[in-house]
Design a binder for this molecule. Structure first.
Ligand code: PXP
Length: 258
């Protein structure tokens, strides 16, 4: 199995919040993504509810009961209200992100030297409820190693630096190499590797040449593409890129083995 696609629906909620008449529906968007083959749904409820609201999280959890194979991923900084919500909803995965409430978007990974001890009991609590924990991380191998020691199951690599370098066409291989190295470090200590932020139809295939990426969570670009291509077609287009990346990866490892 190649990387799973988890569609982040924040931007659907942002559009919905521009009026008070409930359209577009976040739940309907999730259903369309799932019908088109998405493996997961991601939301990032922020304290100010500027896009996803608490109620969306409950509504999505209810809707996803009809599709138990679909993974529900809730992202956020583990403030008490966030943790209360996550422990009530019990998603498949909780991705912990160190963003401040006023952050425009997530813009850095955890510093586990400074915050690791604080996160340990939080991760433990999630584990006891059967919720997989992923930590949003940059590529520093030492920090990645610490993710294991604080009890995380996975890391989500913060891909903005890769996406920026891809967009500029500057030092792409070098940047990708840092991510490849980070993924190898994570896998060597039995952490699963997810990835997200600013991934899009153009840069996704090359990123997924890194072996064994388990999940990519994509929102902004995917929802923007949907304005042009329609949501279902867009999800299918992203899945095709992931399938092709997997085929290339499988081909490369066969060639290495022969
Ligand atoms: N991962 C995390 C932790 C995020 O905060 C976000 C944005 O909400 C994403 C992935 C998805 O990023 P994008 O919207 O750029 O695809």
């Amino acid at each position: 199995m190649g990387a799973k696609l988890s569609v982040n629906l924040n931007k659907v909620a942002l559009l919905r919040n521009a009026r008070t008449i409930g359209i577009p529906s976040v739940v309907r968007a999730a259903e369309v993504c799932i019908e088109a083959g998405a493996h997961g749904i991601t939301v990032h409820p922020r304290p100010d509810e500027r896009h996803i609201r608490r109620q969306d999280v409950f509504d999505l959890a209810e809707a996803l009961k009809a599709a138990p194979e679909v993974e529900f991923n809730i992202e956020g900084n583990p403030f008490p209200e966030f943790m209360e919500l996550v422990l009530k909803v019990k998603p498949t995965q909780c991705t912990l992100v160190p963003d401040s409430p006023e952050a425009f978007t997530s813009d850095h990974g955890w510093d586990l030297k400074a915050e690791g001890e604080r996160l340990k009991p939080i991760i433990n609590q999630l584990k006891q409820e059967g919720i997989r924990t992923s930590l949003f991380m940059e590529t520093d191998p030492e920090q990645i190693g610490l993710a294991r020691t604080v009890g995380a199951d996975r890391v989500e690599l913060y891909t903005e630096p890769y996406a920026a370098s891809f967009a500029r066409g500057v030092r792409v291989e070098e940047t990708l190499e840092a991510f490849r190295h980070a993924a190898e470090k994570a896998q060597s200590v039995w952490l699963g590797v997810n990835a997200g932020h600013d991934l899009n139809l153009q840069n996704l295939g090359l990123f997924c040449s890194i072996p064994n990426i388990m999940e990519v969570s994509i929102g902004h670009a995917l929802i923007s593409d949907a304005l042009e291509m329609g949501l279902a077609n867009t999800v299918r287009a992203y899945l095709k890129v992931l399938d092709e990346a997997e085929m290339e990866e499988t081909g490369a490892s066969r060639a290495l083995a022969s």
